[in-house]
Design a binder for this molecule. Structure first.
Ligand SMILES: Cc1ncc(COP(=O)(O)O)c(C=O)c1O
Length: 397
């Protein structure tokens, strides 16, 4: 990412007192300069490009991000409680809005209790090492989100065993758990995305639960791309698959379908209490700002009462998949596999040039040779937008 590009729109000049390159020790300059150059040469350098064109790439599935009712709720919360929370939750950072949001998420998700986190990344990297340690094991789907992967890395640093099973391969998971159990007495945790973020396919939660039961294992499901979208009330994949209230721990994000920011984990009070006492990303971080919490409370209400939003977003996803002969999935994520990184980048910039904001996804975010364009659909779009994209894509993929 180039910092200058980030602030370019605001024309903020660089500070005359900014640390100059000359201050950076030479070995560091060498190492970082070489790493950046390698990235540039392999076209893997990440840059921030501003939003432009029709939004076919954000996770604003319900189109709530720009809803004036969320802005009004944020304004009222700021008036009442201030623009920042001022402290961590366990100090002065909790307002009645934080409590209300945790209660309303717990009710919606069929959980006894719920705990807010500042981001999904923070939640996943914090929850996993708070649950497993020496002698224990965590088993993770190979295509899980980077935050779950990093949570497993943290657990490994805690001396837990980490087993990665092939994507959706439950017999493979069973074999790994059996082999581990044969020589270990510790506790096991299985972690999986509900809807996989880069492919849009889904885990079989009933089958995962059944497997977990036979090893007394806990199941943690990341519902980031399902919360607000799937199930009759939008409670997520667990609701859609008829296991609401059965998955031990459900994590979800608030910055995607709910159009706000933050994350939560819901589950039995005992486990949520344990996390409140041990999850370092919860304990040692300033609480979500009241305006964010106020807006999210409104979004949770609207996600349940305006189900047309989810129906519209999912319908557009189906329309796109049908147009390209892809198998139908329970998600608003449509991945068009390209394979080659350069071709995926070229396709994305072609679409950008035609007014469609569609982004390429490349390794290491996805496995080598599976570069793709990842299209997302949302209630902010119209049928004519989707058909126009299909029209342009037809000649290209
Ligand atoms: C499956 C999944 N989990 C967690 C996260 C992280 O959530 P956040 O953006 O709130 O950090 C993401 C974000 O893209 C995600 O796709």
């Amino acid at each position: 990412m180039k910092a200058s590009e980030n602030s370019g729109n605001l024309s903020i000049p660089a500070s005359p007192n900014a640390v100059s390159m000359a201050e950076v020790p030479a070995p560091w300059m060498d190492r970082l300069g070489r790493a950046l150059q390698l990235r540039e040469e392999s076209i893997r350098q990440r840059t921030i490009s501003p939003a432009s064109g029709l939004d076919f790439c954000s996770n604003d599935y319900l189109g709530l991000r720009g809803d004036p009712r969320l802005a009004q709720a944020a304004y009222e919360a700021a008036r009442e409680y201030g623009s920042g929370s001022g402290a961590a939750r366990l100090l002065r950072g909790t307002t009645p809005l934080h409590d209300a949001l945790e209660r309303s998420l717990a009710t919606w998700k069929g959980c006894e209790a719920c705990l807010l986190f500042n981001t999904g990344y923070q939640a996943n990297t914090t929850i996993i090492p708070a649950l497993v340690g020496p002698g224990d094991a965590v088993f993770s789907d190979a295509l899980n989100h980077a935050s779950l992967v990093d949570g497993c890395r943290m657990a490994k640093a805690n001396d837990a065993h980490v087993g990665v099973y092939s994507h959706l391969d439950l017999p493979g998971l069973d074999a790994q758990m059996r082999a581990w159990r044969a020589c270990n007495k510790g506790l096991a945790l299985v972690v999986s995305d509900g809807v996989f973020s880069m492919d849009g396919d889904t885990a079989d939660l009933s089958a995962l639960l059944q497997l977990c039961r036979s090893y007394d294992a806990l199941l943690l499901v990341d519902e980031a791309h399902a919360t607000g979208l799937l199930g009759p009330s939008g409670a997520g994949l667990a609701e859609l698959q008829g296991v609401l209230g059965q998955v031990h721990l459900v994590m979800g994000t608030l910055g995607k379908a709910l159009g706000s920011f933050g994350a939560f984990v819901g589950g039995p009070s005992l486990i949520v209490d344990h996390l409140l006492n041990t999850a370092r990303g919860f304990i040692f971080s300033t609480a979500l700002p009241p305006p964010v919490v106020g807006a999210t409370l409104k979004a949770v209400e609207l996600a349940q009462t305006e189900r047309w939003r989810a129906i519209k977003a999912l319908g557009f996803g189906s329309r796109l998949r049908a147009a390209f002969g892809l198998a139908q999935l329970d998600s608003a994520i449509v991945s068009l596999l390209v394979g080659d990184e350069n071709q995926a980048m070229a396709l994305s910039s072609h679409l950008q040039g035609r007014g469609f904001d569609v982004r390429a996804i490349r390794p290491p975010t996805v496995p080598l040779g599976t570069s793709r364009i990842r299209i997302t659909t949302g209630a902010h779009l119209e049928e004519r937008d989707v058909d126009a994209l299909i029209q342009v894509l037809r000649g290209l993929v």
